[in-house]
Design a protein around this ligand. Structure first.
Ligand SMILES: Nc1ncnc2c1ncn2[C@@H]1O[C@H](COP(=O)(O)OP(=O)(O)OP(=O)(O)O)[C@@H](O)[C@H]1O
Length: 502
């Protein structure tokens, strides 16, 4: 046993984040730390690494009772953590970020050659081909996440804590990471791995610990007890009913709501044309960073210099300012909740009313009673775990913040809802609630949706049609039973490209 955590309690003001947190981690094993959003996973990880002080409880690491004052102290003792929020410095290169804070000295200077070699070795396993001399601000979110992971690995930890490291990664990168994690485990490194994707847990973990409402409700050793996904989901959600909402595979033949022709924006978007039908859920797939986010941002009016012919319900519209999009009820739920989606210091309630301020017809007095009621309804519908609606949104767990990002648009009368990876970091039960809400909205109000999801499971399950993007272009359309994992992966990787060209 490398780590044993007993009876941890942690409160933030009135919020009990952990009531009785217990966790064990065996040497050379990968332990899955699972649980719904807000169940206390990040908090216990941060207590182990000295970010937070526990109110009570005990941590035994390597046979000693320990209490670290900060992550640096934990790192020196051999515990490294990959946090949910990246800690990279955008203006430094990949290799400078990887060794930052742990630079080797050479004479009176620093040993840059050695630093480059260490970085190259780790990066070549996680993301072969990534140039370590590139600045971090030139990388896409998946690549940044890889650098963050590489940084933790470069510390040569005995215990590595990975808090949702795969949320921003595409499938091939996840496979590389898993390969490396197994190699590290074979060399005796212990790992705690958090993810909301069940297939990942099944593939990489040796055992799992499940948290619910700040305490652990189950520990399962896969080698002894086998891998039963439904049982695990039951522990996470607290009920044993099937978690997926049933979606029939629909053929949408309704009127065209949005028509886009010749959309161009630098090298990010190249000659994009498509039509979106009424009541359709149109998926956008492809490897990460192929222009999917830019496409949604362009539709939301984020790029004044973007060129395209756009029609909404047969009427020509402009999409060169965000206000054009909002006033035509083309609404974006952005992908990076911390940077684009929320005012972190403001309350849940205030975050839900800000979008209403962009509306053309503003009431003279804010109808707070009505808006507060709507906010309460959203919090309930999406099971946002918050003390109350006046709680600062920045204090909510990552997944619960994401629910507020999505929820604030749901009271609008929407023509086109643009969703940029809405379920990233959202737990399995809440993901079901979120998509159920969207599916109901599509059915009841005939709303049209464009959904970019990094997890192809979500495209397969919820989309009527999927457009695959590659290097800023739309390269393939998948419909009906062609929307499956194999077809998405091969279209994303342009497997059939040579045969097409010949
Ligand atoms: N700094 C903080 N201030 C106030 N409350 C906090 C703070 N950090 C966490 N909490 C609360 O503690 C609870 C547990 O949060 P935690 O981040 O540990 O959950 P989690 O299981 O990691 O969730 P997720 O899967 O969404 O990342 C949540 O209700 C959250 O709102």
């Amino acid at each position: 046993m490398i780590l044993e955590v007993k009876g941890i309690r942690k409160c933030f003001g009135g919020v009990v984040a952990l009531s009785d947190g217990n966790l064990v981690c065996r040497r050379g094993k990968i332990t899955g730390l699972l649980g719904a959003n807000g169940s206390g996973k990040s908090t216990i990880s941060k207590i182990i690494t000295g970010v937070y002080d526990a109110d009570c409880g005990e941590i035994n690491y390597n046979g000693k009772c320990v209490k670290y004052k900060n992550p640096n102290e934990a790192r020196q003792a051999g515990i490294a953590m990959v946090f949910q929020n990246l800690s990279l410095i955008p203006d430094l290169t990949v290799w400078q970020n990887i060794v930052l804070g742990a630079e080797q000295k050479k004479g009176i200077g620093l040993d840059n050659k050695c630093a480059r070699e260490i970085s190259e070795e780790i990066i070549s396993k996680l993301h072969p081909g990534l140039d370590i001399n590139k600045k971090v601000n030139q990388l896409n979110p998946g690549e940044m996440q890889i650098v963050e992971i590489a940084k933790a690995i470069s510390a040569e930890p005995k215990l590595l804590i990975l808090d949702e490291p795969t949320a921003a990664l595409e499938q091939a990168q996840v496979k590389n990471l898993f390969h490396y994690m197994r190699e590290l485990a074979n060399h005796g490194v212990s790992m705690i791995f958090t993810s909301h994707r069940m297939w990942e847990v099944m593939e990489i973990c040796d055992d799992v610990i499940i948290f619910r409402n700040g305490e652990n409700v189950a520990s399962i050793d896969f080698h002894k007890e086998g891998k039963d996904a439904e049982r695990i989901i039951g522990y996470i959600t607290g009920d044993s009913k099937k978690t997926e909402c049933e979606i029939e595979n629909r053929q949408i033949a309704g009127e065209t709501v949005l028509s886009i022709k010749g959309m161009n924006y630098g090298k990010h978007l190249r000659d994009i044309s498509f039509e979106l039908r009424k009541g359709e859920v149109l998926g956008i797939g492809g490897l990460a960073g192929q222009g999917q986010n830019e496409l949604l941002l362009a539709l939301a009016g984020a790029y004044p210099e973007m060129k395209c012919e756009a029609e909404l319900k047969g009427r020509k519209i402009k999409l060169t300012k965000p206000v054009n999009a909002v006033r035509n009820s083309i609404l974006l739920v952005p992908g990076d909740r911390q940077l684009e989606g929320l005012f972190l210091k403001d309350s849940v309630y205030k975050n839900t009313i800000f979008p209403k301020l962009a509306l053309k017809r503003q009431p003279i007095f804010t109808p707070s009673k009505k808006y507060r009621k709507e906010c309460e309804q959203i919090v309930k519908a999406l099971s946002v775990k918050t003390h109350n609606i006046d709680t600062p949104v920045g204090t909510l767990s990552g997944g619960n913040q994401q629910k507020v990002v999505v929820g604030k648009w749901l009271t609008f009368d929407i023509n086109v809802l643009l969703l940029a990876d809405p379920a990233k970091g959202v737990d399995i039960g809440a993901k079901r609630d979120l998509y159920q809400y969207i599916v109901d909205m599509v059915k009841e109000k005939n709303t049209s949706v464009i959904l970019y999801a990094s997890d192809s499971e979500e495209l397969i399950q919820y989309c009527d049609r999927v457009l695959i993007m590659y290097e800023g272009q739309l390269v393939e359309t998948l419909e009906g039973c062609d929307i499956n994992e194999d077809a998405i992966v091969s279209a994303s990787m342009r497997v059939n490209r040579t045969t097409e060209v010949n």
